[in-house]
Write a protein that binds this ligand. Structure first.
Ligand code: GAL
Length: 504
């Protein structure tokens, strides 16, 4: 991120020179007037339950209205929730409107009723990086509450995803999670921390949000809980009956069943099986493949029914992995697009679980501000799912500024769905670009080095000629018209994220 002279001077006077290169909050706070945010296109299957909350910032109370909603859908005017089911396939051009005491806003939105879900990268939250297996019904409800009260929902975050640890751990002596893993009918038993799965799903839907569940194709999950091997269809039907909208399917113990890792069919098999089952259910399930990138999953994730697929192992919360997983996506852009996305794992900032004495604890990220700006910028340029891994009940202003900049999110959610790629590399300095709808380009100028440096985004590398308006996306400010190149000073591990639009 580029340096702020005034901050620099102030911090120097305070003696905090090391911090001088690190920016503070750059995202302007939302104004009082309504502003509709998030994706501009949304896919659902015919006849299945439909739920979409219009993401909008601005003072409440706010009243929503729509034009062109397909038959079968109804809007709840005070909350902006659209629900129902659409029987007929088709592309429906809708206008979304929001009004409050300060003004009104309008936005075009396309509802596509057909076979493809996740037309833009899914946005949400997951339990794994903030709670590990210490999860419960009460914490999931509290996090869903916080997704609304923190305002995340106003920027398009929608999925509340439960990861490992919700059901029975065979052999465990802990009465809360031990006992028979399945009932007499062979159905999965949730553990004592999840007394009412259907009630919990209803609760989350009642907030206008969606809810995700986790299991694996092997006999056990990664943390040793019961998984779906031999019960795939029964388990999927159970998830649908409870009301889930999303499944993360984690390879783990199935790895032992893959005899020839060089044979892509062996990698595909368990995912194809579950993909076909989910496709036949009477609910829409976003299907998240988690097998750490084995067998080049990006080449076939879509073919087996996946909507996003992890491209590597667990990113955790440290800078080395963020850089390795993020920049390591170069070359995978060919396989991403509407309906299927590369997933370098969650965005783990704010309060996350950190290993340490006594088994670890929830603590603030150790990443610098620049590193956090880079994380969000890189994921957005790569059209990665935006799944926040921190505790939503402990969000601070800085973390919210990273997660809720609507112009950054617009890059991630761009309707073309074209994943960005590097266009130039000079030592530690990399320029990445992404084509956006309407002909503009998002450009990330990244400094992977240890010292502040000047980075140049050259039109010749970007395939551009002529005059372009350069907009600083994090500050949401136009910087002027430029020809041939744009240069910025970028601090250690930082980024300048800009949008280039042809000057009139
Ligand atoms: C890992 C997976 C993580 C998390 C964990 C749960 O294999 O990559 O994202 O789901 O298992 O045990």
């Amino acid at each position: 991120m580029y340096t702020l002279p005034r901050t620099l001077i102030r911090l120097c006077l305070l003696g905090a020179v090391a911090l001088a290169q690190e920016p503070g909050i750059l995202t302007p706070p939302p104004g009082p007037k309504p502003k509709i945010n998030g994706a501009k296109v949304y896919g659902a299957r015919p006849g299945h339950p439909f739920l979409y909350t219009i993401p909008a910032t601005g003072t409440r109370p706010m009243t929503f209205s729509t034009k062109g909603l397909p038959k079968g859908l109804k809007l709840d005017a005070p909350s902006g929730r659209i629900a129902g089911a659409v029987a007929r396939k088709g592309d429906y051009a809708v206008t979304l409107r929001a009004k409050n005491a300060a003004g009104s806003a309008e936005r075009k939105f396309k509802i596509v009723i057909g076979d493809t879900l996740a037309l833009t990268p899914p946005m949400g939250w997951s339990t794994w990086y903030n709670a590990r297996v210490a999860i419960s019904d009460a914490m999931v409800r509290a996090q869903a509450d916080a997704m609304v009260s923190s305002g995340l929902v106003q920027h398009g975050y929608a999925y509340v995803n439960i990861d490992d640890g919700w059901n029975i751990k065979p052999g465990s002596t802990d009465p809360a999670i031990g006992g028979p893993a399945r009932d007499e009918k062979g159905d999965l038993r949730p553990n004592q921390n999840f007394p009412d799965m259907k009630g919990m799903c209803d609760y989350v839907h009642g907030k206008g949000l969606k809810i995700g569940i986790y299991i694996g194709p092997g006999p056990l999950t990664c943390a040793g809980f019961e998984a779906s091997y031999g019960h795939e269809e029964q388990d999927a039907r159970q998830f649908a009956a409870w009301g889930f909208d999303f499944l993360k399917y984690d390879l783990c113990s199935y790895q032992k069943l893959i005899k020839d890792p060089k044979n892509p069919e062996e990698h595909k098999k368990p995912y194809r099986l579950m993909g076909e089952i989910l496709r036949k259910l009477d609910r829409d399930f976003v299907f998240n493949l988690c097998q750490y990138g084995r067998g080049n999953v990006w080449e076939w994730g879509r073919e087996v029914g996946g909507h996003f697929w992890r491209t590597a192992g667990d990113v955790g919360g440290g800078w080395n992995n963020v850089a390795r997983f993020g920049y390591g996506q170069a070359g995978m852009e060919k396989w991403a697009g509407p309906g299927g996305w590369n997933d370098p794992d969650n965005i783990n900032i704010g309060h996350i679980f950190q290993r340490g004495a006594g088994g670890g604890k929830l603590a603030p990220t150790t990443l610098t501000p620049n590193e956090q700006y880079t994380w969000m910028s890189l994921w957005s340029l790569m059209a990665a799912p935006l799944v926040f891994g921190g505790d939503m009940t402990k969000l601070d202003d800085f973390t919210l500024n990273i997660l809720t900049n609507d112009e950054v999110i617009d890059i991630d959610q761009d309707t073309l769905g074209k994943q960005g790629a590097p266009v130039s590399k000079t030592g530690d300095l990399e320029v990445w670009a992404r084509d956006l709808e309407g002909g503009s380009k998002a450009v990330g100028m990244f400094n992977r080095g240890e010292q502040e440096a000047e980075i140049s985004a050259r039109w010749s590398d970007l395939g551009l000629t002529g005059s372009y308006v350069v907009r600083d996306v994090w500050r949401q400010k136009d910087l002027g018209k430029f020809e041939n190149e744009f240069k910025a000073k970028v601090g250690r591990h930082g980024v300048a994220l800009v949008r280039l639009t042809r000057a009139r």
